[in-house]
Ligand binder design. Structure first.
Ligand code: SAH
Length: 234
């Protein structure tokens, strides 16, 4: 199940009910902390990053022993989250429900204005599980096709240069004046929103808690908000 982008305000009623009904809650430590207001009286199993398969297998093992288990992801569980690993680990016959949440792209877009009004592509810059060449090719294809581009995992230790490389790839097909929005810690303490341009934004302003949205060729600023028109004026 997805917890939404941040605190209690962003969780859906359906997710809240599922959490209330769970006996055991399994998740990445950061998300367990975010879910803590809803965890009283429950057994909690948390683990660090990059332990997705292990977490999914543990959750399935607990469910097979007869417990009611909730596996939590930030945002939406089906977007770079736990829904896939859990469905892969579950044997035939074990009932699994995927409960959606507000993904970072949608939460960040709302804070920036209305940048996702037309076709958009979501691309993760993390090369932990995807070769960088594949990521670079997708950035180029999305830029050439004039998609609004949402970047997840824009930056972290060990891959500081990825966002700057992404900026250059997109610049090869899009104007330097294209609006770019950065939202850090959406819905959480320390939330920060900034709007700049493809030419001017500093890749160093983004960290692993930031979502970046690059406008398409039609995106503009309206009273300080990013707006992508519903279509292309003929
Ligand atoms: N399942 C999550 C995404 C996990 S990938 C979802 O649907 O939102 C992790 C990336 O998501 C981060 O590197 C960041 O780019 C983005 N992200 C997740 N939560 C965020 C938040 N509260 N504010 C800004 N970006 C966030």
């Amino acid at each position: 199940m997805g917890l939404g982008p941040g605190g209690a305000a962003g969780i859906t009623a359906e997710a809240r009910q599922a959490l209330a009904a769970a006996e055991v809650v399994v998740g990445y430590t950061t998300y367990i902390i975010l879910a803590s207001p809803f965890l009283a009286g429950k057994e909690v199993i948390s683990s660090g990053m990059k332990r997705e398969t292990e977490r999914a297998e543990k959750a399935v093992e607990l469910a097979l022993s007869g417990r009611r288990v909730a596996v939590v992801s930030g945002g939406d569980p089906g977007v770079y989250g736990m829904a896939g690993p859990v469905l892969e680990a579950a044997p035939p016959g074990l009932p699994v429900s995927v409960i959606p949440g507000v993904t970072a792209a949608n939460a960040a877009a709302a804070l920036l204005g209305a940048p996702l009004m037309h076709d958009y592509a979501v691309i993760s810059l993390s090369d932990l599980l995807t070769p960088w060449e594949t990521i670079a090719a997708r950035l180029k294809a999305a830029a050439d096709a004039d998609f609004v581009i949402v970047l997840y995992n824009p930056r972290s230790r060990g891959r500081e240069g990825h966002l700057e490389q992404a900026r250059r790839i997109i610049l090869s097909a899009r104007a330097g004046s294209t609006p770019v929005g950065l939202v850090r810690n959406c819905g959480r303490a320390g939330q920060a929103v900034s709007i700049s341009t493809l030419n001017e934004f500093a890749a160093t302003d983004a960290d692993m808690f930031t979502t970046v949205i690059v406008g398409n060729s039609q995106t503009s600023l309206q009273n300080g908000k990013m707006v992508t028109p519903r279509g292309y004026a003929r």
